[in-house]
Design a protein around this ligand. Structure first.
Ligand code: PLP
Length: 347
């Protein structure tokens, strides 16, 4: 691991950590059912989970209202973002993105010679879908959008995103990263899955890492027409990517509605606690529709991170629009209290 990677992932000094709020993890998961499935799977984990993986694929297809050949599984959504970045970025493919955005797919695309066409977010840090649509031309190989958006925490309505997908996807495929869709104020109704169901050139990507609390287990999936998935498949690891515990845990968790709404509710309660702490120091938080929030800071981002880290609180910083920003993930209530206390001392 390089020094840069070590600094980013904060592997040093974990013993003094009071609040781990830098990676948008969800400490309210995994569910009891998922944990029981993992425990039960261990003795059989010498076997590849062929049938079990197929069962997970069937269950996800039923959950999303599509047939099984519309689902591509991955060990977390990062693997699928890589497959799409490579498939659509190679041979100089042009990818329209928002700036800032979650940079995984764009980085993989650039790594194989793809070109990024960046459209700035507006003054409220919302992605400008109209301008993104205007940026699409004959050379565009993919449009990548995230709703709700990381790192800004902003959202666009389900209708706005579906209208965008329906019109733009006639010109180029649209990849909608819905990692945080369960936290959207409209919930799953904000999803663009219906565009896929209607046969549009749309790839919806979801992960178990957020609302299901599976960041360390690694399960994600894409939903799209088989011809679009076929472009990504050569760059995905196929049947050998998911571990047996992860497959069985995801199968137990995928449609566990009671757990999912508890997870969203707990996040909301912690978020209100965070907002209280931010208000107390006069921070102008960008209203968040995810399990993290962003606010401007009046000091250099890395200085801010080090000062918060000295107090046992791990967060992240960005610089865009000539401004340093802190992104803080929503954790347990005790973590938000530790964050609020540290923030009041640091600012
Ligand atoms: N997409 C978005 C928008 C994210 O914020 C993240 C992680 O934070 C991911 C995808 C990748 O998540 P994972 O690889 O854990 O599924």
């Amino acid at each position: 691991m390089t020094d840069e990677e070590r600094a980013f992932y904060y592997f040093e000094g974990q013993e003094g950590v009071k609040a781990r709020l830098f990676a948008n993890e969800n400490p309210f998961g995994p569910s009891e059912k998922a944990i029981a499935a993992i425990t039960n799977s261990l003795k059989d984990s010498y076997m590849y989970p062929f049938d079990e993986r197929a069962e997970l694929q069937r269950k996800i297809a039923a959950y999303e209202g599509v047939s099984e050949d519309f689902i591509l599984l991955g060990s977390g959504s990062t693997q699928l973002l890589m497959a799409a970045g490579v498939a659509f970025g190679m041979k100089g493919g042009e990818i329209v993105i928002s700036h800032p955005t979650f940079d995984s797919l764009p980085k993989y695309a650039e790594g194989v010679g793809g070109k990024l066409v960046k459209v700035e977010v507006d003054s409220g840090l919302k992605q400008q879908l109209g301008k993104m649509a205007d940026a699409v031309n004959g050379k565009t190989s993919l449009v990548y959008t995230v709703n709700p958006m990381n790192p800004t925490g902003t959202q666009v309505s389900g209708k706005e995103m579906r209208d965008f997908c329906n019109s733009v996807s006639d010109k180029a495929p649209v990849f909608v990263d819905e990692a945080y869709i369960d936290y959207h104020p409209e919930g799953l109704k904000a999803s663009t899955i219906s565009c896929v169901q209607q046969g549009k050139n749309v790839i919806v990507c979801k992960t178990f890492s957020k609302v299901h609390g599976f960041a360390g287990l690694r399960v994600g999936y894409c939903v799209a027409k088989p011809d679009l998935l076929a472009k990504m498949k050569p760059f995905s690891t196929g049947g050998f990517d998911l571990s047996r515990p992860a497959v069985l845990a995801a199968t137990a968790s995928v449609d566990d509605k009671a757990f999912l709404s508890m997870s969203v509710q707990q996040t909301e309660e912690s978020k209100q606690l965070l907002y209280k702490g931010l208000k107390a120091v006069g921070a102008n938080v960008i209203p968040s529709f995810t399990n993290f929030a962003m606010f401007p800071i009046d000091m250099n981002g890395s200085t801010f991170l080090s000062r918060m880290k000295e107090k046992g609180v791990l967060v992240r910083s960005w610089n865009f629009k000539n401004q340093d920003w802190c992104r803080v993930s929503i954790g347990r209530k005790d973590e938000m209290e530790a964050f609020n206390k540290a923030l009041a001392q640091v600012v």
